[in-house]
Design a protein around this ligand. Structure first.
Ligand SMILES: [Zn+2]
Length: 233
């Protein structure tokens, strides 16, 4: 997978074999599959009325004493715990726990619309497995400077680059924000029958749109009652 750019070199391996709905890559692990089949076969033989199979059952070839489903559940649970307990790879899980809708968080993985290279990169970013300066300085000791290459102020972590760096807040981060907000704007326009393009990606946003039912404002500063000025649509 690494040769084919689907898995970053320092990315998490346990995560490969977890269901996509739990944040994994949904692959079957060979050893686990063999063990599952042993248990499946044992269950089948145990319930058989056939003489030959009854004799096989007496031999207790596998002697696992657990069902295929129970074994599978246990394996997934252990693997998920192993991932969660790793200080760097599990950090993202701790960060989102109690704050995000976990089912929706992994929806993009379950949908599987992204190229394997991009999915691998996003997962590596979540696992702190990209060689940012902060990681290089702390873990690998290949540099002593942990600061961001752009602003040179804060530690260069993935979180800093995706949401905190002053140098890109007004350019790349704003562009990304506006693209996401633009899709929401397009959906609102559709709902209230305001003018909008056929596809959200072609949508041209006007600062003000209005009809008898609704009014949209784009890129306005709004004063809220807790004295925060927020950027809103
Ligand atoms: Zn920075």
């Amino acid at each position: 997978m690494t040769i084919n750019h689907a898995l970053q070199p320092h990315s998490d391996v346990d995560r490969l074999y977890l269901p996509r709905s739990s944040g994994g890559r949904g692959m079957l692990q060979v050893h686990q599959t063999v063990e599952e089949e042993k248990r499946g076969l044992e269950e089948y033989i145990k319930d058989s009325e056939e003489d030959a199979l009854k004799k096989v059952n007496k031999e207790k070839l596998f002697n696992t004493n657990e069902t295929k489903q129970a074994y599978k559940k246990k394996q997934v649970k252990n693997r998920a715990e192993k991932w969660r307990n790793k200080p760097l790879h599990g950090q993202y899980l701790h960060n989102i726990s109690g704050k995000s809708d976990i089912t929706k968080t992994w929806q993009w993985l379950k949908n599987g619309n992204l190229k394997k290279e991009i999915a691998g990169l996003i997962l590596a970013a979540q696992e702190q497995a990209l060689r940012t300066n902060a990681i290089r300085a702390k873990g690998k000791k290949s540099t002593t400077n942990s600061k961001c290459r752009l602003c040179k102020e804060a530690d260069e972590t993935v979180d800093h680059l995706t949401s905190c760096c002053k140098k890109i807040a007004k350019t790349d981060c704003k562009q990304r924000h506006d693209k996401v907000a633009g899709m929401i704007h397009w959906n609102i326009c559709k709902k209230y029958k305001l003018p909008g393009a056929k596809h959200w990606w072609d949508h041209k946003i006007e600062k003000v749109e209005e009809n008898e039912d609704a009014k949209t404002l784009w890129d306005f500063r709004l004063q809220t009652n807790i004295c925060h000025t927020i950027h809103q649509i």
